[in-house]
Design a protein around this ligand. Structure first.
Ligand SMILES: Cc1ncc(COP(=O)(O)O)c(C=O)c1O
Length: 471
C-alpha cells in the first residue's frame, strides 16, 4: 500500500480541480499493440509516424487536425445535410456562423485549410513577390512558393528560443517587417501572412497590441494582412489570460476584435472548429471575393460547397459556435497544460510557455548527442512509439524541407517532437500514460541513436519520407 495520501489533480497543483464541460456518450475501443508488434509496425512505416496504420497506435497524438470528437448537436446536424449541388441551406448556415463570429463579409468554403491556402496564394501573389509572416507553416509556405512567392520569417527572435518565456512568442517583429519593406519596396509584398496561434513555434500566441500595431504599419504602406485563423480561438484564450484589459472579455469577442484588424482569413476547420473535415476562406474585399469564387469552382467545388458535403458544413457551422465557448477553450488548453506541467515537474525539456494545442519536446536538449542531420526529433518520435504505442510527430529539420532555390536542407532553430492533443477525445489518464512514456524515453536517452533518410519525396517530405536507424 502506498504510504502517501492520494491527491486530486487540483490538490497536486494547489488549486481547485476543474473538469471538462461535457460527458462521454459514445466510445471507441482502443488496442495496445505489443512491443513486438510496435517494432514491426515502425520498421514497416520507415520510422515515420505518418506511415503507421492507426490500428497499430494506442494513444494517437499525431495531430489535432480532424481528430476532434463531435458533439451530439454536431452529429444531429449531420442528419440535416442538404446535399443539393447548388445553394445548400447548410452553406448559408456556415456563412452566417463565419460572418457572426469572425466578422468577414464573404465566405468561400474549401475542403480543408490547404485548399484555402492554394486559392488565396493564387489570387494574391504575383511571382517575384515576398510574403512575410510570423514563422512558416509547412502547407502555407509551399502554396506561397508554388504561386511564385518567397516567404520571409518576421516573427520575434524569442519564438526561436524554446526556453524563452515571452507571453506572446507569436508576435510579428515590426522592425524586421519594416526592414523588408525598405529593402524590396511595399509593392513587392504580396501580403502579411499572420498566424494565431503559431503552430511551428509551439502553439504560441500573438497579442492584440501587436496585431493593432501591425495594422497601423501595413496601412502606412497599403499592405494587406491575411490571417491563418486555424487556432485563433486558442490564441484568444491567451489574450484573455495575459493581455491587459481583456480578462473580462469573452473569447468570441476577442476573436472578432482580432479579425477586425485583418483583411481576411483562411481556416483549417479541422482544428478549432471541432469537425473531422472542412475549411474556409473569408475576405472583405468584393473584387478579391469575385476572383476567389471563380477559382474555387476549378479546384475545390461549387462556391456553395467547396469540397464539403452539406452535412459537413452543418456540423462545421455548429462546431464554430461550440468552439467559442469560454469553458470549452479553457478545458481544452487546460488539458494540454496538464501534460506540460507533469513533464516540466520532471525536468523534461519542452517548449515554454506551453502552447494551445500540443506539447513540443525539445529534441536538441533531449538528445544533445544526436546532430540535427541525424533527425533527433524524428528519432524521438520513433522512440516514443516503440515505448508505449503513443504516436507523436516531428517538427524539425524534416518538416522544414529544402530551400527551393539552393536545394539545401533548411535547418530550423527549433527541432521538436509534437505531442498534439485532439479536442474532447482523451482523458487525464491518457495524458498520464503519455507523460510516463516520455519520461521512460527521457531516462533512456543516452542510448539513443539518430536516423538516416532513405526516401525523400519532393514536397512536404515529412508526410512520406522513410528512415532507418543508424547503427
Ligand atoms: C497553422 C495551420 N495552418 C494551415 C494548416 C493546413 O490545414 P489542412 O491540414 O486542413 O489542410 C494547418 C494544418 O495542420 C495548420 O496547423
Amino acid at each position: 500500500m502506498p504510504n502517501t495520501t492520494p491527491r486530486t489533480m487540483g490538490q497536486q497543483f494547489g488549486r481547485r480541480s476543474w473538469a471538462e464541460p461535457w460527458k462521454i456518450n459514445m466510445v471507441e475501443p482502443l488496442h495496445v499493440p505489443t512491443r513486438t508488434q510496435r517494432e514491426g509496425a515502425l520498421r514497416e512505416a520507415g520510422y515515420n509516424s505518418f506511415l503507421l496504420r492507426s490500428d497499430d497506435v494506442y494513444i494517437d497524438l499525431l495531430t489535432d487536425s480532424g481528430t476532434s470528437a463531435m458533439s451530439d448537436r454536431q452529429w444531429a446536424g449531420i442528419m440535416l445535410g442538404d446535399e443539393a449541388y447548388a445553394g445548400s441551406r447548410n452553406f448559408y448556415h456556415l456563412e452566417e456562423a463565419v460572418q457572426r463570429y469572425y466578422g468577414y463579409r464573404h465566405l468561400i468554403p474549401t475542403h480543408q485549410g490547404r485548399g484555402a491556402e492554394h486559392l488565396l496564394s493564387r489570387a494574391v501573389i504575383t511571382p517575384g513577390q515576398y510574403v512575410p509572416g510570423n514563422m512558416y507553416f509547412t502547407t502555407t509556405r509551399l502554396h506561397q512558393e508554388l504561386a511564385g512567392g518567397t516567404f520571409v520569417d518576421v516573427i520575434i527572435d524569442e519564438a526561436h528560443d524554446p526556453e524563452n518565456l515571452h507571453p506572446f512568442k507569436g508576435n510579428v517583429d515590426l522592425g524586421k517587417l519594416e526592414a523588408l519593406i525598405a529593402r524590396v519596396g511595399a509593392d513587392k509584398i504580396a501580403y502579411v501572412s499572420l498566424a494565431g496561434t503559431v503552430n511551428m513555434a509551439g502553439g504560441q500566441p500573438v497579442s492584440l497590441a501587436n496585431v493593432k500595431a501591425l495594422r497601423a504599419l501595413c496601412d502606412r504602406y497599403g499592405i494587406r494582412i491575411y490571417l491563418d485563423a486555424t487556432r485563433l480561438v486558442e490564441n484568444a484564450l491567451f489574450i484573455q489570460e495575459r493581455e491587459d484589459g481583456y480578462q473580462d472579455t469573452r473569447i468570441a469577442a476577442i476573436v472578432k476584435e482580432l479579425c477586425r484588424y485583418t483583411d481576411g482569413a483562411w481556416m483549417s476547420a479541422k482544428k478549432d472548429h471541432l469537425v473531422n473535415i472542412g475549411g474556409w476562406l473569408a475576405v472583405n474585399d468584393q473584387e478579391l471575393f469575385d476572383t476567389l469564387r471563380n477559382l474555387v469552382v476549378i479546384y475545390e467545388g461549387l462556391h456553395t460547397y467547396g469540397g464539403m458535403a452539406g452535412r459537413d458544413m452543418e456540423a462545421l457551422a455548429i462546431g464554430i459556435a461550440e468552439s467559442m465557448q469560454d469553458d470549452h477553450v479553457r478545458a481544452r488548453v487546460g488539458q494540454v497544460r496538464y501534460l506540460g506541467d507533469l513533464l516540466l515537474a520532471w525536468d523534461i525539456p519542452i517548449v515554454q510557455p506551453v502552447g494551445g494545442h500540443a506539447i513540443f519536446l525539445d529534441a536538441k536538449r533531449f538528445y544533445p548527442h544526436i546532430p540535427q542531420e541525424q533527425f533527433p526529433a524524428q528519432a524521438l518520435t520513433a522512440a516514443l512509439y516503440l515505448d508505449s504505442g503513443v504516436r507523436a510527430m516531428e517538427r524539425g529539420i524534416v518538416s522544414a524541407g529544402r530551400d527551393p532555390e539552393t536545394g539545401a536542407d533548411r535547418r530550423p532553430a527549433l527541432e521538436l517532437t509534437r505531442l498534439t492533443i485532439p479536442r474532447r477525445v482523451y482523458t487525464q489518464a491518457h495524458m498520464d500514460v503519455a507523460a510516463e512514456s516520455v519520461k521512460a524515453v527521457y531516462d533512456a536517452r543516452q542510448t539513443m541513436r539518430g536516423l538516416r533518410m532513405i526516401y525523400e519525396p519532393k514536397y512536404l517530405r515529412f508526410f512520406q519520407a522513410r528512415f532507418e536507424p543508424l547503427r
